[in-house]
Design a protein around this ligand. Structure first.
Ligand code: NAP
Length: 262
């Protein structure tokens, strides 16, 4: 058993989650791998045990189902060895807003928002009490870009960013590191599941590059890591503009332009 904290990774059966699993195994962390596809998780676990000699447990769960989610929550809240949560499981969107139905909207929100929030909430009190640990939430640059016509997906990812920023303010002073990672198009199965051929996209990041960059941000304890953002100050400028806007919010009266109708 490793003396390093155990890392629980959701959506570990493929793509970004599976790559995080490999990287943390190489760093010597024991792992708990969560996703629905037990066979794929088992195959990855066997490979990582052999390659890195760490302990790897498989915890199959459909995180959009309340009972499975509760099972993972229970584990996060009670297992003191788990010091890092990689909140990665997520699904994309097929079609535009008019193509959505109640079922597809429910599924997106259940996994991309509800599960992410509840899993963070399950581990947060224990980490805050210990005064250490990390929660990594995988958002998306789509959450900054309503122009991309992935409205429900983008809204869930805007939520993940806000959630992460709020958690940074609440948990950071208690010693818990919270990172939001915002990938852009990355070569994983998510595109196939959304009915899009990844090779038709003008530019795609390889998943190894994405996760290695995200881990550089993690090691630097960056609050927001955007691997595809090439001009770092753009984020600071956006955040400064947001703060400036907040400084002009005065709640006692409507702004002058709303005081006369015309
Ligand atoms: P992926 O290869 O499709 O992986 C998604 C993972 O989530 C899989 O392990 C999948 O495993 C798991 N998952 C899906 N539904 C689940 C459920 N109901 N319960 C539990 N696990 C479930 O896609 P990815 O690109 O690596 O996505 C990982 C994260 O990155 C997502 O949050 C995604 O929104 C975000 N992201 C991806 C990109 C991109 O271009 N790839 C860009 C920005 C953000 P099972 O099928 O075995 O359950």
């Amino acid at each position: 058993m490793s003396t390093l904290p155990t890392v629980l990774i959701t959506g570990a059966s493929s793509g970004i989650g599976a790559t995080y699993a490999q990287r943390f195994a190489r760093r010597g962390h024991d792992l708990i791998l969560v996703a629905r596809d037990k066979a794929r998780l088992e195959a990855l676990a066997t490979r990582l045990r052999e390659e890195s000699g760490v302990a790897v447990e498989v915890l199959p769960a459909d995180l959009s189902k309340t009972s499975d989610l509760a099972n993972v929550e229970k584990r996060l809240s009670s297992d003191a060895r788990i010091g890092v949560l990689i909140n990665n499981a997520g699904i994309g969107q097929s079609g535009g807003f008019a193509d959505q139905n109640a079922e597809s909207i429910e599924a997106l929100i259940a996994l991309n928002m509800t599960a992410v929030t509840r899993l963070a909430a399950a581990i947060a009190p224990r980490l805050a009490k210990a005064g250490e640990g990390a929660i990594v939430n995988i958002g998306s640059v789509v959450g900054l870009a309503p122009e991309l016509n992935m409205t429900v997906y983008g809204a869930t990812k805007a939520y993940v960013l806000f959630l992460s920023q709020g958690l940074q303010l609440e948990l950071g002073p208690q010693g818990v590191y919270v990172q939001a990672v915002l990938p852009a198009a990355t070569r994983t199965d998510i595109w196939k599941h959304s009915g899009i051929d990844v090779d038709t996209l003008p530019e795609v990041m390889e998943v190894d590059d994405l996760v290695d960059a995200a881990l550089i941000g993690y090691d630097r304890r960056e609050p927001i890591t955007i691997p595809p953002l090439h001009v770092a100050r753009r984020w600071d400028e956006l955040d400064s503009a947001r703060r400036l806007l907040l400084s002009d919010i005065r709640q006692a009266h409507p702004a002058e332009r709303y005081q006369t109708a015309s």
